[in-house]
Design a protein around this ligand. Sequence first.
Ligand code: HEC
Length: 180
Amino acid sequence: MNNLLLFIMLVLMLWDNIYSQNSLKEISDISLSPVDAFEKYCARCHGYEGADYEKEFEELTEEKLKTFVEDMMFGPASLNPTGIEIEAMTAYNKSIQNKKPFAAALNSKSFLEGKDRNLIINISPGSEIYVSEKEKIKIEKEEKIWKLFYNYEKISKLKIIVKRNSVISSFIFPDELWCK
Ligand code: HEC
């Protein structure tokens, strides 16, 4: 019985290890910040924060939403997005659907590799960021771009909360790169 438990624990540890290595490899920086790109390339047809979206927009499944976002980015917006940029823009549109504030980490790879000293977060207009390790983190804010200065080796997981009026959403960095 004890051996079996030990075996299960070992498998779980190995799995966790392989999983986190994989996900680190898959991370890449986002140069097309979703909130700013939406205002720049999508709002002229869909309004500020999607105010002019058709009624059906609210009922789109995540899969359909992603297909639309991808087609729109390559099509009318004339962008050339990477996979992660399409995912981030889809997540932002999902937060518009749910009427929730949004935040996405832009330079995750550079930050985790130690090339950047701060983590850059893009947030939806009118929102504010709160972090779980407030006293250990210096924050520089400028409208929709917030920079968090901290040592990733010391604070390995950070809960990033974004709040607008009384509505909040959050994500745990670096397990997640944006609000889901
Ligand atoms: C030149 C105008 C134009 C631009 C720019 C544009 N779209 Fe669209 N978009 C449309 C039109 C027209 C439709 C509806 C046509 C259709 O169903 O294919 C649409 C449909 C959509 C839909 C489906 C929901 C709905 O309201 O029908 C989504 C989601 C969407 N666009 C997202 C985006 C995003 C994200 C961007 C920016 C990357 C963007 N669009 C840029 C014109 C535009």
